[in-house]
Design a protein. Sequence first.
Lengths: 117, 109
Amino acid sequence: GAVVSQHPSWVICKSGTSVKIECRSLDFQATTMFWYRQFPKQSLMLMATSNEGSKATYEQGVEKDKFLINHASLTLSTLTVTSAHPEDSSFYICSAQRTGRDTGELFFGEGSRLTVL
Amino acid sequence: KQEVTQIPAALSVPEGENLVLNCSFTDSAIYNLQWFRQDPGKGLTSLLLIQSSQREQTSGRLNASLDKSSGRSTLYIAASQPGDSATYLCAPGTDKLIFGTGTRLQVFP
């Protein structure tokens, strides 16, 4: 099966700092990647759609200047939480859609848990 | 806007039971529908993918059906085991996946 890797799997940072989370498709190319956020005991909320070589599309209510997304290659997308605050503490999960496949199946990373002190 | 509801929200059963997890969605213009499981603090594992033209998919003890016109999908788990304990999420797909609220399943020995 297709493998999606996220790094780091967990991170603790001080309020006001920026944190970058990487999402890599290890054995396939992904034109499109998605970033989700999940609060405890809640479902996944789509934050943005990341397209290789173009600007990300953000969902309503998600601050694009707060959550910077870069999809520089067909195997890597990054999410940077800028000037993080405690309310940004959450579980962030990425997913990737295999390029050239019409099935639309998505594969998910293991998630990154961010704790802002 | 797609809205996805899963029933029941939680389920606790003894092992060996056959289970039915329900998913309903408001926008039937979907390409496919995926079922996932999520273990606590982990990412998502894809269980089954049903294309919009299909009625069902099977993988081992799992069977998922799709009635696109009525906006419903059902996941059947046969002969449940303690290892099946997890949260099960359905996600009807258009150009992006929108997730349901999930069903938290606990199977006890």
